[in-house]
Ligand binder design. Structure first.
Ligand code: AQP
Length: 333
């Protein structure tokens, strides 16, 4: 069975973007693949996180994943910092990856903003840790949103250079991204050229998975749009990033295509369309929210499931990383 790995940062409440671009697509893979999913707290601290909030957000993210359909019995679900193999392999990869490669990463440029000198060194080497996350399990398929494609190409460069430099041909496998769905990239509700992000300073820019019906309706009502009515087909969405985004969201939620949405709603003004969209979102997210609340009411059971997940993950990753350390020439203890 092919092994898949994916992770999500507990850097805030999961957004509709995380859900449609990633989490939702992870669920069916539990039954067809050897699936490993991780809440990546080591990645989250590459930008400042309040320690108390980080712990709470980590648990909340795990609850959200389970509420969205990940079943700790059908997949391996754990917290990244609980399995030390990730950090051990990441250090080796810090020494394999070239600065020139990292300099090309657009996510660093986006996240560091204008004051790059003030960004953490962790943010800079983030893609090396991501490569370690995947390769510590020799996973070959990584379901991610479209925004992560560049990091996966880098992970393949790292694997190839490791195999080559240490004469370990084939030790680390090639990784393929799995980019699924009509909403592979959900955009900000305030700016159709920026992706929806859980750490965007504006809460109005995103739908959080925990937003109640009123918050969802308000955010959708306030979402930026243009004054034209909806076109009859996707060709008419050209140059209308915000309209395209809202149509894409309804298509993804309703299990249809943007053309399907426009066949039904083409010609409508945004006032009417936004009401339909808000209603569909509330109906879709309510059961997930109820299940999340139930899980968070019993943190001891949730933590126990995550401990078990970490044990299962470590049982796979530890021997692989120990072998990588031997290949590098570290003296076994
Ligand atoms: N807007 C998005 N549309 C589609 N997919 C998305 N993903 C993130 N945003 C969108 C996918 O979600 C997965 C987990 O992402 P992450 O938490 O590891 O980091 P991220 O990509 O940086 O997500 P955020 O929400 O923007 O987090 P912050 O604000 O902390 O940086 C990935 O598979 C990603 O593709």
């Amino acid at each position: 069975m092919q092994r898949v790995f994916s992770g999500i940062q507990p850097s805030g409440i999961p957004t509709l973007g995380n859900y449609l671009g990633a989490i939702r697509n992870w669920v069916p893979l539990q039954d067809t693949h050897d699936a490993i999913y991780c809440v990546v707290d080591l990645h989250a601290i590459t930008v400042w996180q309040d320690p108390k909030e980080l712990a709470a957000q980590t648990r909340e993210m795990a609850a959200a994943l389970i509420a969205c359909g990940l079943d700790p019995k059908r997949c391996i679900l754990f917290i990244q910092s609980h399995v030390h193999a990730h950090a051990r392999l990441a250090w080796i990869f810090n020494c394999v990856a070239r600065l020139g490669w990292l300099n090309r990463m657009t996510q660093f440029k986006d996240k560091a903003g204008k004051d790059r000198e003030a960004a953490s060194s962790g943010l800079y080497v983030y893609p090396n840790l991501m490569a370690a996350d995947i390769l510590a399990y020799k996973a070959t398929l990584v379901p991610v949103g479209d925004d992560q494609k560049q990091h996966l190409e880098l992970a393949n460069d790292i694997a190839e250079k490791f195999n080559h430099d240490f004469s370990a041909e084939g030790f680390f496998p090639r990784i393929e991204p799995l980019i699924q769905g009509v909403a592979a990239r959900v955009m900000s509700l305030r700016d159709g050229t920026k992706k929806m992000s859980k750490s965007d300073p504006s809460d109005q820019s995103r739908i959080n998975l925990t937003d109640d019906a009123d918050a969802i309706a308000l955010k959708i009502r306030r979402a930026r749009t243009d004054p034209e009515p909806l076109p009859d087909s996707v060709a008419g969405l050209e140059g209308r990033a915000e309209a395209r985004n809202l149509v894409g969201i309804l298509a993804a939620i309703g299990g249809t295509t943007p053309d399907g949405v426009l066949r039904e709603h083409g010609g409508k003004g945004f006032g009417a369309f936004k009401e339909v969209l808000a209603e569909a979102l509330v109906a879709h997210l309510s059961p997930i929210q109820a299940e999340m609340r139930r899980l968070l009411d019993d943190p001891a059971s949730l933590d126990a499931a995550l401990r078990l997940g970490a044990d299962r993950a470590a049982a796979i990753a530890d021997p692989i990383v120990t072998e990588a350390e031997r290949i590098v020439g570290f003296l076994p203890r």
